[in-house]
Structure formats: structure tokens, C-alpha cells
Design a protein around this ligand. Structure first.
Ligand SMILES: [Fe+2]
Length: 314
């Protein structure tokens, strides 16, 4: 095994535990020039508007805040400084589509995972870069694709919960598939007694079982992380089932019992999903849950300026 591999000191038990339990893996991506501050500042400046989300959250002691905004006309370095001073969270989604250098690196990582995990296959995969404030947090949620979190700068505390009820139930996944919003899941403090908790430092990566709920608290300076996300045929079929079961429940009051990803009930759902996924009802419901209402303040780094609704519409 050569030393230029991304995954270092692979523990063979990880090959057995992959997807079954949360596991922590060592990597060397934090040493890559692609994740230096200068490289990321340049990346942010060129980033297409439709591929990033800027979120304001509350610090840990405060009541919940979840607003979406835009970076305004700040430079890349100023944006990172603003994140350093605020409680913000910038998600450069699909960096693997936006910049081929990151695509090449993430492909390399997936090749290595495949070499260690016999049944991993060749899922479609993507990655995003998260830049977040020292005291920012990401609330309790599940993701529909397979997921891993790679820590590059700063330290964060990651709570990973069991991927089963009551922590995550089918109707939670259905709502995510239908409305595209992950952070509306119910959460109670006592869930933490059943979480696996990691203080994730640069050079460490986490992988957890499909749909396992998680939440994140940043512990110190600006945090830079990369999320990897993958979808194979089974995950894709589960997403269709979640979408259609959610639609049947919300729109027609019908509680579907089957979560099968094969057979006639699945193929009927796939047809319904293809017919309705872009319907006006779905678009309206999603729009009502996602709106941009602030931009970063260039004069006071870390502060935000409200954008009036009329300006957003224009
Ligand atoms: Fe997540």
C-alpha cells in the first residue's frame, strides 16, 4: 500500500463495519493544496449561485435559527472572515460538478473505498465543501443518500444516532424526499444518550449507516469539511419509494405500508414519482420551505443584511 493514498492506516474491521455502524477513518486530504484558504477563497468567488447555500444558524445556547442568504459582493477571503465572525454555514454543493480538480480527488477517494469495501460497487457520487463558523451548528437531520464527513480544518463534535425508529421513521424520510428539507425532524435531548459522539479533527473522516440521523456542533475556529454523498440503485429506489409514499400521505391521506424496492408496488410508485416529481404542487410546497432573505454585510464581517422580499422576487 503506497503512502500517497488518501485513506491512511485502514483498519480491516472497517471493511466489515462499513454501512453497519458509524466508523472513523484516517485520511490526508487536510494536507491537500485544494483545501488551503487561498484555494477555497478563489473557489468561492467563482462559485455558481445555484450551487451554494449560505445558512445562518444560532449558536448553541440560543433558540433555533435557520435562515438562508447569499454572499453578496464580498471577496472570497472576506466571506471566510465573515464566517469566522458570525454563526454561518456555507455549503458549496456539488463541488465535484463545479471544478474538475475536486472531482478527480473525490474519484480517487471512492476508488480507495471500493478497494477496501468489497460490496461498495460503483455508486454515483458527489461532494460538497462546508465552511462554517466557530460556534455554528447543524441541527438534527437525516440525509437520503449514503454520506461521509471529512474534516479538513477546525474541530467539530458529531453526534450520530441509530438509523431506526424513533430516531428516524419512514415518514421523516418521506418528508425529506418530498419537500427537500432535511432539518425539520423531531429531536429530544434524551436521544443523545443513544448517540455515538465523535470530536472530529483534521485528518479524520466519519461514515455512518444509510439515513442515520446526525447533528454537528463546531468546537473552535472556522471549520472546513467535505461531505461525500453517494447513490446506488437500491438507494435511488428507496428515494422513489419515500417520495411516493410521502405524496400519497400528504396529498391523498393514504398511509402506504410497503417500502419494497422491487415488484409491482415499487414499479407503480416509480411511475407516479416520475409523473409528479415536478408538479406545481411539489414546486409550491418546496418554495414555501426555502427562501433567501439575507446577504452578508461587507462593512461588518459576520453581520447580515435583510433582503426585502420584493428584491428577491426581482
Ligand atoms: Fe447531513
Amino acid at each position: 500500500m503506497t503512502s500517497d493514498r488518501i485513506l491512511k492506516d485502514w483498519d480491516d474491521t472497517n471493511s466489515l463495519l462499513w454501512g453497519q455502524m458509524p466508523i472513523q477513518i484516517a485520511h490526508n486530504l487536510d494536507k491537500s493544496e485544494l483545501f488551503s484558504r487561498d484555494a477555497l477563497a478563489a473557489l468561492i468567488e467563482a462559485y455558481p449561485r445555484e450551487h451554494y447555500n449560505l445558512i445562518q444558524t444560532a449558536s448553541r445556547e440560543s433558540r433555533r435559527v435557520w435562515r438562508e442568504g447569499e454572499v453578496g459582493n464580498l471577496s472570497g477571503h472576506q466571506i471566510i472572515d465573515a464566517i469566522g465572525a458570525g454563526t454561518l454555514w456555507l455549503n458549496l454543493r456539488k463541488v465535484t460538478d463545479v471544478d474538475p480538480r475536486y472531482r478527480a480527488k473525490v474519484n480517487e477517494l471512492f476508488d480507495e473505498i471500493r478497494s477496501h469495501v468489497p460490496n461498495f460497487g460503483h455508486p454515483e457520487h458527489t461532494a460538497g465543501i462546508l465552511i462554517s463558523s466557530p460556534r455554528a451548528q447543524v441541527y438534527y437531520h437525516s440525509d437520503l443518500p449514503g454520506q461521509g464527513l471529512i474534516q479538513l480544518v477546525g474541530t467539530k463534535r458529531v453526534y450520530v444516532y441509530p438509523s431506526k425508529p424513533p430516531f428516524v421513521a419512514p415518514h421523516h424520510l418521506e418528508d425529506i424526499a418530498l419537500f427537500g428539507v432535511e432539518v425539520d425532524m423531531p429531536y429530544a435531548d434524551w436521544y443523545d444518550r443513544h448517540a455515538t459522539i465523535y470530536d472530529l479533527a483534521p485528518g479524520q473522516m466519519l461514515h455512518w449507516p444509510l439515513n442515520a440521523p446526525h447533528r454537528v456542533e463546531n468546537l473552535d475556529a472556522v471549520n472546513i469539511s467535505m461531505t461525500i454523498s453517494y447513490t446506488d440503485e437500491e438507494i435511488r429506489r428507496l428515494q422513489m419509494v419515500n417520495f411516493t409514499n410521502g405524496l400519497l400521505r400528504h396529498k391523498f391521506g393514504y398511509q402506504a405500508r410497503s417500502r419494497s424496492t422491487t415488484g409491482p408496488s415499487f414499479f407503480a410508485k416509480r411511475l407516479l414519482q416520475r409523473t409528479l416529481r415536478n408538479s406545481s404542487w411539489i414546486r409550491r410546497e418546496r418554495d414555501s420551505r426555502q427562501s433567501v432573505d439575507f446577504k452578508l454585510d461587507g462593512a461588518r464581517l459576520g453581520a447580515i443584511i435583510d433582503i426585502p422580499k420584493a428584491a428577491i422576487a426581482s
